[in-house]
Design a protein around this ligand. Structure first.
Ligand code: APR
Length: 256
C-alpha cells in the first residue's frame, strides 16, 4: 500500500493549502469499476467496428439501430458498475478542500454515485435519452415504439431517440464548457486522472488552468499526451493512488 513517503512533500503541502481543487477525469477513472475505456469497449461483438463508426452523427443517420444497440449495451454495463475507491477518494476531498470541482469526460455518472456534489459533464451522460430532433429528454416509460429503423421514438415529435452524449464532430454542451473553463480559471490545482489527453477541446482544459497559474498533477499508470506538461506525475491506477493521496495529504483527518 502506498503511504505519504511515496508522494512529493511539496505536493502534499499544495493539496493542504488548496482552496479550489479541480479533478479532471477520463475513462481510466472508471476502468477499475469495470467500465472499459472507449477504445477497450470495442470487444466481442463490437470489435469489428471503429469508434468513428459508432459515435458520430453520420453513423446514427446511416445505421441508427447499430448505434442504438451499442449504447444500450454500454448503458447496461454502466448500470451494473459501482464507483471504485478512486471515485470515493475524489468525493472525500470535499471534506478537506473548500471547493472541489470535478470536470469529467466520462458519461457514466459514477462521480455523482460516489457523492461528488459538483460534477461538470463535458461529454454528456449515457443514462439520459433525448430526442435527436427536438432534443427533449425522454424517460424510459415514455419511449414510443420503434419504427422500421429499430430505434424507439420520441413521444412528442416522432424523432429517433439517442443517448445524450457528445459524438465525434459534435460540439460540447455550451454551459458545461463555460463552467469547466471558469473552474480552470479559479483552480489552485488540477488533478488530471485517467485520460489519454488526446481528445480536444477537453484535453486543453488542464493546460488552460496551468497557464492561469494552477499547479497540475497527473494520475495515470501510463504516460499520456499531457504528461510532459504536468508539474507532478503519479504513476499508478486511480483506485490505488487517489485514496493513498488523500490519506497522505490529510492524514488523521482522513481516518488513517
Ligand atoms: N487509473 C488511471 N488511469 C487509467 C487506468 C486506471 N486504473 N486505466 C487506464 N488508465 C488510463 C490509460 O492509461 C489512458 O491514458 O486512462 C486513459 C484512457 O484513455 P482514453 O480511453 O483515451 O479515454 P479518455 O481520455 O477519457 O478519452 C477522451 O474520447 O473516446 C472519446 O468521448 C470519449 O470521453 C472520451 C474521450
Amino acid at each position: 500500500m502506498l503511504d505519504s513517503s511515496d508522494f512529493p512533500p511539496f505536493l502534499l503541502k499544495l493539496l493542504r493549502a488548496a482552496r479550489h481543487l479541480v479533478v479532471f477525469t477520463g475513462a481510466g477513472m472508471s476502468a477499475e469499476s469495470g467500465v472499459p475505456t472507449f477504445r477497450d469497449a470495442q470487444t466481442g461483438l463490437w470489435a469489428q467496428y471503429d469508434p468513428a463508426e459508432l459515435a458520430t452523427p453520420e453513423a446514427f443517420r446511416q445505421h441508427p439501430k447499430r448505434v442504438w444497440d451499442w449504447y444500450a449495451w454500454r448503458r447496461e454495463l454502466v448500470a451494473r458498475a459501482r464507483p471504485n475507491p478512486g471515485h470515493r477518494a475524489v468525493a472525500e476531498m470535499e471534506r478537506y478542500v473548500p471547493q472541489v470541482t470535478v470536470v469529467t469526460q466520462n458519461v457514466d455518472g459514477l462521480h455523482q454515485d460516489a457523492g461528488s456534489s459538483r460534477v461538470i459533464e463535458l461529454h454528456g451522460n449515457l443514462r439520459r435519452i433525448v430526442c435527436s430532433r427536438c432534443r427533449r429528454e425522454v424517460p424510459r416509460e415514455q419511449w414510443a415504439p420503434a419504427g422500421p429503423e429499430g430505434v424507439p421514438r420520441c413521444p412528442h415529435c416522432g424523432g429517433l431517440l439517442r443517448p445524450d452524449v457528445v459524438w465525434f464532430g459534435e460540439s460540447l454542451p455550451g454551459d458545461a464548457w463555460r463552467a469547466a473553463q471558469q473552474a480552470m480559471r479559479t483552480a489552485d490545482g488540477v488533478l488530471v486522472v485517467g485520460t489519454s489527453g488526446l481528445v480536444y477541446p477537453a484535453a486543453g482544459l488542464p493546460l488552460e488552468a496551468k497557464a492561469q497559474g494552477a499547479w497540475t498533477v497527473e494520475v495515470n499508470p501510463t504516460p499520456s499526451a499531457l504528461s510532459a506538461e504536468m508539474d507532478y506525475v503519479l504513476r499508478g491506477p486511480a483506485g490505488e493512488v487517489l485514496p493513498a493521496l488523500v490519506r497522505a495529504a490529510w492524514g488523521d483527518a482522513a481516518g488513517s
